[in-house]
Ligand binder design. Structure first.
Ligand SMILES: [Zn+2]
Length: 198
């Protein structure tokens, strides 16, 4: 494989930087791109650049958006009194894919991990608490079932109940130690509907 083409080597090297893409997959993708029509390759590369340059972070929920406020936050049919708190932007996609949630989101931007120096101040917890002081009825905690996720849920449940908001947690359908983004749609829907009071 070595020295066939420096261009191919470079593309493979860059593709392996993507999560879940090993050298073999990278080589397959690179060969596929090589056989594509040049206009399709240009479109693909422009889409990748545009993804980075044009996507914004929603100023209300912390999700991704094409404008300052995302389509979920501006949608009048979504219930703004119901907030689903997630650790990562990707988790919004996992929950949206179920079609079972009609509230809005709040991205915490990580999980509490004192050993890594991530305390409440490093996460978007204060904006969530501030939001909950005006008209929010329920916060669903949909954090990954890991040690950090559990610690973060406990912390949030305590802080939120002090404000007087009902706090629920998605049911234990997601395998312990795994991530929401890797769970299947039916499992997420089940754990969302089977949520329990904290
Ligand atoms: Zn939003």
């Amino acid at each position: 494989m070595k020295n066939i083409s420096s261009h191919l080597d470079r593309a493979i090297k860059l593709l392996t930087k993507l999560p879940g893409i090993g050298p073999k997959s990278a080589a397959r993708i690179a060969f596929n791109i090589f056989t594509m029509k040049i206009e399709d390759v240009r479109e693909l590369s422009n889409a990748i650049i545009s993804l980075k340059e044009n996507i914004k972070i929603c100023s209300l929920c912390g999700g991704i958006s094409d404008s300052d406020i995302c389509w979920i936050c501006v949608d009048p049919s979504r219930d703004a009194r119901l907030i689903c708190a997630v650790g990562d932007i990707k988790d919004i996609f996992a929950i949206e894919s179920t079609g079972e949630f009609n509230g809005v989101y709040h991205v915490i931007g990580g999980l509490l991990s004192p050993l890594d120096g991530i305390g409440p101040g490093e996460l978007a917890i204060k904006p969530l608490l501030d939001k909950c002081r005006s008209g929010v009825e329920e916060v669903i905690l949909a954090l990954n079932p890991t040690v950090e996720g559990d610690a973060t849920s406990l912390y949030l449940a305590r802080e939120l109940s002090q404000i007087g908001v009902e706090v629920t947690r998605i049911a234990r359908g997601i395998p312990i130690g795994s991530n929401l983004e890797f769970a299947d749609i039916a499992t997420i829907a089940k754990s969302l509907n089977g949520r329990q009071k904290c």
